[in-house]
Design a binder for this molecule. Structure first.
Ligand code: GLA
Length: 380
């Protein structure tokens, strides 16, 4: 080989090395939905501004990056039926129309939940708790009206949300207190009758806690044996940088799949802020020491924390991809950091950074790494 040829070979190798490294990653323009299409659905929650068509930048991100949507609030019972028999469907109709127009799999969230339910649901005209039959009939009317309206349009419903305590026992909600545990299977029955094609899910947080995982599994298995039609469990992923551990999440994915159910990874986010109680904070919030401790990234997220956030997301996606046969969907709880409920929970007015897109709607540096990771789990 003469010197000219050696030089050419060297240049070619040098170029391909550069391209297979950093440059290739930053040139990687694949979207999330393209990257995950052989694995599972990838979705996001939509807020009011997006559903109303006002936040056009976020809408563009939703239609290019995701293939599934869920309404952060618009389909909760306090908005759909604020007064008995008075259904308001403006927002939810817009949301469903948007999903259909953009070919997105639409998730209905949520039919029966103790929270964000209107007070009247459980009371008579004198303000006393209604009886068992009356509450069952209100549940039936609500579920059948809502599910029936969107029959054939909604891919899957979160039928019941958060029915269990962290120790795995039934939550003493009004539904449970008045009806007993049968409220759970009745909700699924009504939903199935209203749309036999829709998938039906149970959705909850802290599902990686041993006692809660076991409690949910035991009760759902019992109900399944009695004929409950249920397709999946939604594991809410309101995660922090360290909690819950990958091992505990993995145990829950395996346990729920072992019941013959698909797992939906729902409400995914990673909080970078310290946990804080929402107690009486008015006084403390005014002190500088408090601000620094509980709201440390007001002026921006340091690179090392952004790196931790990226590493955490990569570990989570590595786990989801490892179990992709068991997982039907991964849904993020919002598009950009600016919209996240975590800026106001558990205390108001902090600055959190839990999602894939920053406050300027730019994808964070780790998003491309997640896209590259998805390649490793593709056959051939
Ligand atoms: C729960 C609900 C969600 C939402 C979050 C907070 O996880 O399932 O609908 O209200 O709390 O945003």
């Amino acid at each position: 080989m003469n010197l000219f040829k050696i030089t050419i070979v060297f240049v070619i190798i040098a170029n391909s090395l550069t391209l297979s490294g950093q440059e290739k990653l930053s040139n990687d323009k694949r979207t999330l939905k393209e990257s995950f299409k052989d694995h599972f659905l990838i979705g996001t929650a939509m807020n009011q501004q997006q559903i109303a068509g006002i936040d056009t930048t976020a809408i563009k991100i939703i239609t290019t990056q995701f293939n599934s949507i869920v309404a952060e609030n618009a389909m909760k019972s306090m908005y759909l039926q604020p007064k008995e028999g008075q259904f308001i469907f403006d927002q939810s109709d817009r949301f469903v129309d948007f999903g259909i127009k953009n070919d997105l799999k639409i998730i209905g969230h949520t039919l029966i939940w103790h929270s964000q339910a209107p007070d009247w649901f459980f009371k008579d005209s004198l303000g006393n708790d209604i009886g068992r039959e009356a509450l069952i009939s209100r549940m039936e009317k609500h579920i059948k009206t809502v599910v029936g309206r969107y029959r054939g349009k909604i891919y899957g419903w979160d039928v019941v949300n958060e029915a269990f305590n962290d120790d795995g026992t039934w939550r003493r909600s009004k539904f449970f207190e008045i009806i007993g545990e049968e409220f759970f299977s009745l909700a699924f029955k009504f939903a199935h009758e209203a749309d036999p094609e829709a998938q039906l899910y149970y959705n909850d947080y802290n599902t990686a806690l041993t006692a809660k995982r076991d409690g949910i599994a035991e009760k759902i298995l019992k109900l399944k044996k009695m004929g409950l039609r249920i397709d999946g469990i939604g594991m809410q992923q309101h995660n922090s940088l360290t909690f819950p551990s990958i091992e505990e999440i993995e145990k829950s994915i395996n346990k729920f799949f072992g019941l013959g159910l698909k797992v939906m990874i729902t409400e995914l986010e990673v909080s970078v802020l310290p946990w804080a109680d929402s107690g009486p904070t008015a006084e403390i919030t005014s002190t500088e020491a408090y601000r620094k401790k509980l709201d440390p990234y007001k002026d921006g997220l340091p690179d090392e924390i952004n790196k931790e956030l990226g590493d955490r997301y990569l570990s989570l996606f590595n786990l989801y991809l490892k179990h992709k046969e068991k997982i039907g969907r991964v849904t993020l709880w919002g598009v950009s950091d600016k919209d996240s409920w975590l800026n106001n929970f558990p205390i108001k007015g902090r600055k959190n950074y839990p999602l894939f897109f920053d406050r300027d709607y730019m994808p964070k540096s780790f998003v491309k790494d997640i896209i590259v990771l998805s390649d490793k789990f593709r056959e051939n």
